[in-house]
Design a protein around this ligand. Sequence first.
Ligand code: AMP
Ligand code: MG
Length: 422
Amino acid sequence: MDTVSGSGGGLRTVEEQLADVLTAVRPLATRAVALSEAAGATLRDPAVARGGIPDFDNSAMDGFAVRFEDVATASADSPVELTVVADLPAGSPDDPGLRPGEAIRIMTGAMVPTEADTIVPFEDTAGGLDESLTTARVVAAPARRGVFVRRAHDDIRPGDVVLGAGARLGARQLAALAAADIARVTVSERPRVVVVSTGSELVEPGVPRSRGQIPESNGLLLEALVREAGGVVVRRERVDDGGPGLRRVLDETTSGDARADVVITSGGVSAGAYEVVKTELGGALRFSRVSMQPGKPQAFGVLPAGTLVFGLPGNPVSAAVSFEVFVRPALLALQGRATLERPALRLPAAESWRTPPGRRQYLPAVIDRGDPARWFVRPATPGGSGSHLAGTLALAEAYAVVPAEITTVEPGDLVDVLLLGG
Ligand code: AMP
Ligand code: MG
């Protein structure tokens, strides 16, 4: 890798800007909900098992519950024949007695009777299922006492913390809590978010355009990203660069009981004329230049009622990266999420690309998985970066993060990669 040393020319670091943001975050209120309402929410109190997993000794196989002594010598040459005295389907409350020379037919998941200690699967009997209600002819001895018994509390004991505060409740997490007989959980409220796209050139996609107009895309981008991060977009607007639109949306959404927790604007924060966020919110937000590419111009502030306001740059790739770096961590912190950062993967570069000196690069990237044992990272856009390349952004599945002092990435250089979920 080629490197340069030296300053970012008075720019703030990503860490400084993110620290400002996270310092301002106050976690949202909590509420108790049924598991069926909790998908995607963040747990705010530890989830404590009410039942064990499993809750009782049960059979791991369809077969026979036996006493180990009775079958310890069984083999194909000298099978042991047991008389079947009862039948236990899964869910049966019965606890039939078992005397020497007897077996109980048992199905997977049924409670192991008190007097049995071992399960012989149908596969280890001569008759299998066919004669299973009369006779069990055992042709292979169990390896030891207790074989194919799933022990109570093997996985989780009652009182164990199944998941700690700050965990996201996805599919596997919800199923684990249900298995531990937890019916209700305390989760975070969802951040209520307003998304405002600024720009007099913007029209809805599909609408006939006049000269100089372009389709508005940041609104959809940011709404979907908010949802992926556990938030709810309560209002999405497009406003002109002149006029009172931005101020009006803010006034309507940042006071009163129904106020939004977060407002995200895009556009209007850089150094040109007609920068509506700068003009209208100049007093309320801090405008910074951050040593990253894309995403150098950033605005952030907290309104008196507590709403966090992010002024993101308008270029689509800049808006996407800025959301990833600053807004997503804030939305997760509002929900009390334990981990705010995506884990970085370190992958060799598949090709060479240039990166700006003095600024950390976040390059939309794809993963070359041709050899599953050896992944590579390459730019999503052939020919490098460009914050206006909204089309090829669709191909990106990751951001390659290249430190500020590096100016060229060479093939084989190891690069930090953030895999973007969802
Ligand atoms: P700005 O940050 O307002 O100077 O905008 C920078 C660039 O991003 C300009 O080319 C804008 O037309 C474009 N842009 C700004 N907002 C959006 C948006 N919501 N959707 C698509 N492009 C946008
Ligand atoms: Mg603009």
